[in-house]
Ligand binder design. Structure first.
Ligand code: GTP
Ligand code: MG
Length: 352
């Protein structure tokens, strides 16, 4: 999973990136001119527990890759994203828009004032326009070649949708139509989560900037946090961290809240493989069939799939060992079409 962090210059992208990844990328005016990249392991108590039981040679957590997009400072038009960033983001599975909601007169906002709802609209529009340019170029080409085929029809529909001021995310497509345009990796079609970066003074206040109402109206997942404080906390020792959070009434760490929200937004779940060589979590979308889950592990397992032996994590823990779980009838034998559930422990039988 690859998540692109975008937002206006000085909105706190790098601050958030550091807080969730434990990286130490430079913030403020000295920030990098290139995107920062970090891979973070998704904490998972189930994997911890299974590692204790199986004592594997290797333990592997699910991973998220984060890309902290550098601000566009060259462009006279004051776009948030330059063309290099737009290209980079095509490979992202989802976008996170860090919206500045903190006041700080020492930190300039490129638009001159702090207005979260305005910034959300502006960024959406940029993503839409970037898609529209791609669409128009392609439509022109198809028209020249006199190819008014299925692709042409669907692109025309996409263009009309954007011209109404809407993102492709909200365009209803059949599976076949979605497939037809998947190769374009349209930016306004990607799942997008909002992170409101609030000032310390806003902690505990209800929707101080109107961002929550905006998110609800447009169906965006929103998490609110105070980036600067989260970063300070992230740099404390583990012991001090929770005490500090409890003191301030901050609840779960930004990293966990962020990851949970991202998992939800993307409709992701984890399944597990456990054995002596390795205990490992794998990330898939909800609704994935066993044969496709096998493919996430290795293409051979997908190609030569025979069956999956499945036990839910809780059932396994209750039984204590695989043999007992079998005895108690908790291990089922499933075919290709079995829909994998969160926490399923899978053993794929295959033959190539
Ligand atoms: N008061 C306050 N300042 C913040 C907060 N988050 C970030 N800042 C400050 O705002 C400045 C910009 O933060 P960055 O994290 O570098 O923002 P950015 O979006 O990565 O900026 P660019 O990479 O230049 O686009 C830094 O001086 C931060 O310390 C916050 O929650 N509250
Ligand atoms: Mg930055």
């Amino acid at each position: 999973m690859n998540v692109g962090i975008i937002g206006f210059a000085r909105s706190g992208k790098t601050t958030l990136f550091n807080a969730i990844s434990g990286a130490h990328a430079a913030v403020g005016a000295f920030g990098s001119r290139d995107a920062n990249i970090a891979v973070i392991k998704v904490p998972d108590e189930r994997i911890d527990r299974l590692s204790e039981i199986f004592k594997p040679k290797k333990t592997t957590y699910a991973e998220f890759q984060f890309l902290d997009i550098a601000p566009n400072e060259s462009d006279a038009e004051k776009k948030v994203l330059d063309s290099a960033s737009l290209t980079t983001l095509k490979n992202s599975d989802a976008l996170v828009h860090v919206v500045r909601a903190f006041e700080n007169e020492n930190v300039m906002h490129p638009a001159g004032s702090v207005d979260p709802v305005r910034d959300c609209g502006a960024l959406e529009e940029e993503l839409q326009l970037a898609d529209l340019i791609v669409i128009e170029r392609r439509v022109e080409r198809l028209t020249k070649e006199n190819r008014k085929d299925a692709e042409y029809e669907i692109l025309k529909r996409c263009a009309a949708h954007i011209e109404e001021g809407k993102s492709l995310r909200s365009l209803e497509l059949s599976a076949q139509e979605a497939n037809e345009i998947a190769g374009y990796c349209f930016l306004s079609q990607k799942a997008l989560m909002l992170v409101g970066n609030y000032g310390e003074e806003s902690i505990g206040e209800d929707d101080p900037s109107g961002l929550a109402a905006y998110a609800a109206e447009h169906g965006f997942t929103l998490i609110g946090l105070c980036g600067e404080m989260e970063l300070e906390i992230a740099e404390l020792s583990e012991k001090d961290r929770q005490a500090f959070r409890d003191d301030l009434g901050l609840g779960e760490g930004s990293r966990m809240r962020f990851l949970h929200a991202a998992y939800d937004m993307l409709g992701l779940i984890s399944f597990i493989t456990a054995g002596e060589p390795e205990v490992r979590a794998w990330t898939i979308r909800k609704g994935t069939h066993a044969v496709d889950a096998a493919g996430v592990i290795h293409s051979d397992l997908q190609r030569g799939f025979i069956r999956a032996e499945v036990v839910g994590y809780d059932d396994f823990i209750a039984a204590g060992t695989m043999a007992k779980a079998k005895e108690q009838g908790h291990v089922s034998v499933e075919g290709k079409d079995y829909v994998v559930c969160d926490g399923d422990m899978l053993l794929i039988r295959f033959n190539v």
